[in-house]
Write a protein that binds this ligand. Structure first.
Ligand code: SAM
Length: 259
């Protein structure tokens, strides 16, 4: 496979999809960065075995579009006082991507909201080594990296109650994700939990966990992906009170004894 021959769908092919689904279109520069990201991941896959998603259309949908669909409420133009609107976003927010792996959703978000900072957190040093190389190659000056377990980072004063938005995709069950994310948020901050399927029963079960952590389930968005019509959900949790000091619990406890 020659990496240089593989091209993401061009901006003219997908501009309408971006606009219709996210009310936002990448600039030419952002499109160039998305292509660089894609090529860097393909190259890195040889050494780091990062993702099974290598086909350009699939990468565009499952890694780029899906990552940014999670922050669609932030990209949308104002209007609703309960979401952090585009003008607020333009004034710079601090994001943290918990369990970022090869940099998703955090890297596409960092490319898109260039004047906000995005901290990429993962417990695996190998993943962070790759992500640091990626950051340098794409010259993403708004990206910070952090190696550690979210259970520990969430108890560190320099990170606890610090972030405006926490993103978390494919890291654990929703209640585990909530326990990782809510302690890291400032009061008023937003956690975005990316899911595939989701049911009302799961919402009921999650409510109790989120309440214990000082949050509320603000909204749940169901949508289909634009190329393959796959079902997705994003859960938006608002932090409305201080998270009690016992959360997050020590390493491993959130998964072993979910709230
Ligand atoms: N978020 C990426 C994505 O959607 O492509 C990667 C998902 S991968 C399945 C899960 C990642 O979460 C792994 O890289 C793993 O090391 C990391 N992870 C799992 N538990 C963690 C924890 N408690 N703290 C930090 N990272 C964690």
């Amino acid at each position: 496979m020659t990496v240089n021959n593989l091209k993401l769908p061009s901006l003219s092919e997908v501009a309408n999809i971006w606009q219709q689904t996210l009310h936002w279109t990448p600039t030419v520069q952002q499109q160039v960065q998305f292509q660089q990201l894609y090529e860097f991941i393909l190259e890195g896959n040889r050494q780091f075995n990062l993702t099974r998603i290598t086909d350009p259309q699939e990468f565009w949908e499952k890694h780029l579009w899906d990552s940014l669909r999670g922050i669609a409420p932030l990209l949308r133009d104002g209007g609703d006082e309960n979401v952090i609107s585009a003008p607020t976003l333009l004034s710079s927010l601090s994001f943290i991507d918990i369990g970022t792996g090869a940099g998703f959703p955090g890297i596409p978000v960092a490319i898109t909201v260039a004047n906000s900072t995005v901290t990429l957190l993962d417990s695996t040093q190998k993943k962070m080594t790759f992500v640091e190389k990626l950051r340098a190659a794409l010259d993403l000056t708004n990206v910070k990296t952090l190696t550690g377990r979210s259970e520990e980072v969430g108890q560190q004063p320099q990170h606890r109650q610090t972030y405006d938005v926490a993103l978390i995709r494919a890291v654990g069950t929703a209640s585990v994700c909530a326990e990782y994310a809510l302690p890291l948020l400032k009061q008023g901050g937003l956690a975005v939990i990316y899911r595939g399927n989701w049911t009302q029963e799961e919402t009921k079960a999650l409510e109790n966990a989120v309440n214990q952590l000082g949050g509320v389930i603000e909204s749940i968005e169901k949508f289909t992906t634009p190329l393959t019509d796959s079902i997705r959900h994003c859960l938006y949790l608002r932090k409305v009170a201080t998270t009690p000091v016992e959360f997050p619990r020590p390493v491993g406890v959130p998964t072993q004894k979910p709230l």
